[in-house]
Design a protein around this ligand. Structure first.
Ligand code: HSE
Length: 346
């Protein structure tokens, strides 16, 4: 039986969700998955940090108040975020990196991932910034140090897309994809259909915890653009950067546009897509599209996400599920840990 020592980097909703899963399911995982997890350190820029090689009580961590410096309330904890110490020197076999997404330079998450990988520590992350902006470099660092760098949750949280496409659909000849890859914008479009104004619908999405810290990234397509870059590079072997992907959002769609679409049997959706051209190059974009209601993505409503892979052997293969949420995203981290266990424990 394997026990992995894990350090949690960032302790907002997602890693708190992972701590909750550990508190509730560690015993079950021993029997069903063949491993358990011991939290040996936690660090968070706002809450501070704590380290304990003998293991921390996951329930106590979950109950920690979200106040500045809160880790100082626990024995051995401090209000300071000793990120480098926790990542490199807490004795962790792996880190779970779930700090905020920085769409400009991917920092500080990219540095956190690099520190771990260079120290021979596996990384699981849900953070789009490091993958979309520095994915090739970080994968190379992982390969050179003989450790894993896994990021299933960076595209559709716990709904499987990256491993589904790269493993289960390997050989199916994926030529492209189109998807609803942002829960907030899909929620806003759905609620506008119900008669809400754009601003009220965005405010609701924020209250429900779907939106990014700055919801501009959701409604202007920037969040989808990061996910399109990740998927295109992963599945189509492209080398796209963010500036290669033309991007527009949903903020200019008016209640009148929505009503007209409904009357004509169609729905507005924010679609991120990429496809391989005849010359082998990959083209990608993000834009609002008017989809006829018969289209498989037209009926995907609320905060749900969906992606349809266009394959040579099977035609369209579509997967639909949550694309955000704390436990949903924490599950993606678990799926990454399972992948690491299956690869390294055999
Ligand atoms: N803000 C994102 C969304 C969260 O609404 O889908 C998940 O990336």
């Amino acid at each position: 039986m394997t026990e992995y020592k894990i350090a949690l980097v960032g302790f907002g909703g997602v890693n708190r969700g992972l701590a909750q899963l550990i508190a509730e399911r560690n015993a079950e995982w021993k029997a069903t998955l063949g491993f358990s997890l011991k939290i040996v350190g936690v660090t968070d820029l706002f809450l501070g940090s704590i380290v304990a090689r003998e293991g921390l009580d996951a329930r106590q961590l979950v109950a920690l108040p979200g106040e500045q410096g809160a880790f100082a309330q626990l024995p051995g904890g401090t209000a300071e975020a000793f990120n480098e110490t926790i990542i490199k020197h807490s004795g962790a076999d792996m880190i779970s990196e779930a700090t905020f997404t920085n769409p400009v330079d991917g920092e500080p998450a990219t540095t956190f991932c690099r520190w771990a990988l260079e120290s021979g520590i596996h990384v699981v992350t849900t953070n789009k910034g490091p993958i979309a902006l520095h994915g090739a470099e970080l994968k190379d660092v992982a390969r050179r140090n003989g450790v894993a760098f896994e990021y299933e949750g960076s595209v559709m949280s716990g709904t499987p897309v990256i491993r589904l496409a790269s493993q289960a659909l390997a050989g199916a000849d994926i030529q492209g994809f189109e998807g609803i890859l942002n829960g907030t914008s899909n929620y806003v479009l759905t609620r506008m259909k119900d008669g809400l104004t754009f601003n009220d619908a965005v405010a609701q999405a924020q209250q429900l915890g779907y939106a990014e810290a700055d919801p501009t990234a959701d409604v202007e397509g920037y969040d989808v653009r990061l996910k399109v870059v990740i998927l295109a590079n992963e599945l189509l072997n492209a080398r796209l950067t963010v500036s290669d992907v033309a991007c527009s959002g949903i903020s200019s769609i008016s209640p009148k546009d929505i009503a007209q679409a409904t009357a004509s049997g169609a729905s507005w959706k924010l679609i991120g897509s990429a496809h391989r051209e005849a010359d082998g190059s990959v083209r990608a974009n993000v834009e609002a599209r008017l989809l006829p209601n018969e289209h498989p993505l037209a009926s995907v409503s609320g905060a749900l996400n969906a992606v349809s892979f266009n394959t040579g052997l099977l035609g369209a293969v579509t997967v639909c599920g949550p694309g955000a949420g704390r436990i949903e995203t924490a599950f993606a981290l678990l799926s990454d840990i399972i992948a690491i266990h299956n690869r390294y424990s055999k």
